[in-house]
Design a protein around this ligand. Structure first.
Ligand SMILES: CC(C)(COP(=O)(O)OP(=O)(O)OC[C@H]1O[C@@H](n2cnc3c(N)ncnc32)[C@H](O)[C@@H]1OP(=O)(O)O)[C@@H](O)C(=O)NCCC(=O)NCCS
Length: 183
């Protein structure tokens, strides 16, 4: 559906769910990004939860990230505010072979294209943990800036962490592309 040089963002299919569930059970991966404690979930309950979102794509638009013909992760836009036209972005590359090689950056850039060009958003924001340097650098590379942080706000993996909030305005995204700003 959205194609870059390295990755394709497409709809999630039934065939993806077992791999996505294995990532959901990967405690290292989950504690890098989830703001809720890891839970031992069955495939069935995972499927139920995902299907709730997949069936309402206008509320939570979840994409499979595909590279080299295989599923490597997922990314999404959610918490759409129809008045302010803001949305939150989430991403997780489950396949570690694809970390730190620009795949996340390209997927986020495609998702921003989707948010601003096709969904007419005004701003996209996200949160991450203070020690997730790879994520923070990847997001900065897409034009996100830090907007603030909630200090020692969350307990993850044995310690309190700051929640770092980052955002990118439509005008900033357009400037990067050399396009006229439209609000
Ligand atoms: C976060 C994530 C989406 C980033 O995508 P990616 O493809 O791995 O990252 P990119 O290659 O786009 O960018 C990585 C940046 O961090 C740097 N980096 C790579 N490995 C790093 C490491 N171990 N520590 C610190 N920085 C690192 C790279 O040099 C690059 O920065 P630069 O371009 O300024 O040099 C991906 O790693 C991921 O999904 N990780 C697991 C789950 C997760 O952390 N999700 C995010 C939750 S908010």
């Amino acid at each position: 559906m959205l194609k870059g040089d390295k990755v394709l963002l497409r709809a999630v299919t039934e065939d993806d769910l077992a791999t996505m569930w294995s990532w959901d059970s990967d405690i290292e991966l989950v504690t890098l990004g989830d703001d809720e404690p890891p839970l031992p979930r069955t495939l069935e309950s995972f499927r139920e939860q995902i299907n709730k979102h997949l069936n309402k794509p206008e509320e939570a638009s979840i994409f499979a990230i595909e590279a080299d013909g295989a599923l490597i992760g997922t990314c999404s836009l959610f918490h759409f505010d129809p008045t302010a036209r803001t949305a939150e972005l989430g991403i997780s590359i489950g396949d570690r072979d694809y970390w730190g090689r620009g795949y996340g950056r390209e997927a986020v850039r495609l998702l921003l294209e989707y948010a601003f060009r096709y969904r007419n958003q005004h701003k996209v924001y996200l949160s991450t943990f203070d020690d997730n340097e790879r994520a923070i650098r990847s997001y900065m590379g897409c034009g996100f800036v830090e907007e603030g942080r909630l200090r020692e706000h969350i307990w993850v993996d044995g310690r309190y962490k700051d929640m770092v909030y980052m955002g990118i305005m439509r005008s900033e995204w357009a400037a990067q592309k050399g396009e006229p700003a439209q609000t």
